[in-house]
Design a protein around this ligand. Structure first.
Ligand SMILES: [Zn+2]
Length: 274
């Protein structure tokens, strides 16, 4: 989630929460009880998945600043992983400034302080709902120019991938299925078409945390349709290599979603939080 991409923090964050791990988190639906998230794990990089689950619990407010994590043994048992994996996961979270082991007491979830602004933006976003509007602003600054570059640089393969995502997206909207993953895939693929690896990583993190596709925000046919329409306008502009139109279409798309997220009368708490 952010933007000072060059400072390495984003990359640190990615190393821990890269696409392979964060995609399933996006897809997860409702039911944020400890029980739900603490199901047995079957992945290879086990400690990373354990760290991601704990982070998720914090993001969802199940674990709050000042809370103690369950004991190592408890976590290992409930997650069906070794205590070594749990220890490595906690160590990772400690390095990210998210938790703090207290000898003899346990591991506490840290309060995010101003100096933690140097910590990965992902962490801050998940802990501070009020940063969401600012991060959304970052997205509006970054993505329209990315769409412009995509219009200039997209290959036939990029176009085919985008068209395919549109088809899937449309099918889901029509069937009333939530299309959060298609939305993330669209923005990610578009960023890839801009041919800038650093930008791609930045956007990947951004869309993970700020995806308008988060289920509860796209409920309602109007919203889902609006999002799809926005994507269509962007692809139309890319097809004719109209960089101005692509930039404009992306800006409009993000503004429309932002309206729903922050200004609509029925808006709920921002996505990172509840
Ligand atoms: Zn979108």
């Amino acid at each position: 989630m952010n933007w000072p991409a060059a400072n390495g923090l984003v990359l640190d964050w990615l190393a821990v929460n890269g696409p392979a791990l964060s995609r399933p988190v996006i897809a997860r639906v409702g039911g944020h009880s400890l029980r739900t998230d603490l199901e047995p794990i079957k992945r290879t990089r086990v400690y990373e998945e354990v760290a991601a689950r704990i982070r998720r619990q914090i993001a969802d407010g199940v674990l709050r600043p000042g809370d103690y994590l369950p004991s190592e043994r408890d976590l290992a048992e409930r997650l069906g992983v070794s205590r070594t994996s749990v220890r490595d996961a906690i160590r990772t979270l400690e390095l990210l400034g998210i938790v703090e082991p207290r000898p003899g007491e346990g591991t506490i979830v840290k309060e995010v302080s101003p100096e933690n602004l140097v910590a990965p933006l992902a962490t801050i976003l998940t802990l501070h709902k009020d940063r969401l509007a600012e991060l959304w602003e970052v997205r509006k600054i970054i993505e329209p120019p990315v769409a412009r570059r995509a219009a200039e640089r997209a290959t036939p393969e990029d176009m085919a991938a985008l068209e395919e995502i549109l088809v899937r997206h449309e099918r889901q909207v029509r069937s009333g299925t939530l299309a959060g993953e298609e939305d993330a895939a669209f923005h990610y693929t578009l960023a890839g078409a801009a041919r800038n690896q650093v930008m791609l990583k930045v956007i990947d993190v951004l869309i993970d945390l700020l995806s308008e596709g988060r289920e509860r925000y796209l409920q309602g046919a109007d919203r889902a349709h609006k999002s799809l329409e926005g994507h269509r306008r962007i692809v139309d502009a890319l097809r004719t290599r109209d960089a101005d139109a692509a930039e404009r279409a992306m800006r409009q798309h993000l503004e429309e979603i932002e309206d729903v997220l922050f200004h609509s009368p029925d808006h709920v708490a921002p996505p990172a939080g509840d």
